[in-house]
Design a protein around this ligand. Structure first.
Ligand code: NI
Length: 148
């Protein structure tokens, strides 16, 4: 972290009231931390949107393992993209439903394409990709070379 700067923000009282209520519900004890998190979230979103950015993330998938060939297709897709998959965790939720969470790592565009492939497989009922980067890479994006 760099030098701490104090800034003033002009906000209409209605918006501020709603913001305070929202952060209170989320358990924030002060506005500054809530603002910092909002800003970081925005910067992470912008940074991970760049196709060449190196990102880490998770792909969450829900599927019915009875769906024809789904288990094999998921395994095959992950082997084909083994360079992007750090690890996979599987939970048998009930008699039919499976939850699979992949930790992924690689170029943003490749990770997104891989996630789309998984989520689009017939039998996958719901899926979502979350991409992020470590905080030090947001704050100084050009000072950190990637060792991959
Ligand atoms: Ni299962």
């Amino acid at each position: 972290m760099g030098v701490l700067n104090r800034i003033g923000i002009a906000l209409d009282s209605d918006l501020l009231k709603r913001f305070d209520r929202s952060i209170q519900q989320r358990g924030y004890t002060n506005r500054s931390e809530a603002f910092r998190d909002l800003i970081r979230d925005r910067l992470v979103t912008e940074q991970t949107a760049a196709p060449e950015a190196t990102v880490v993330g998770t792909v969450t998938l829900i599927y019915d393992h009875h769906a024809h060939g789904i288990t094999e297709k998921l395994t095959e897709a992950q082997h084909e993209h083994h360079d992007l998959v750090v690890s996979t965790s599987h939970a048998h939720l009930d008699h039919d439903s499976c939850l699979e969470v992949l930790i992924v790592h690689g170029k943003s565009a490749q990770v997104a394409q891989f996630a789309d492939l998984l989520i689009g497989l017939k039998g996958v009922q719901h899926g979502r990709l979350v991409m992020t980067v470590p905080a030090h890479e947001i704050e100084h994006p050009h000072e950190h070379g990637h060792k991959h």
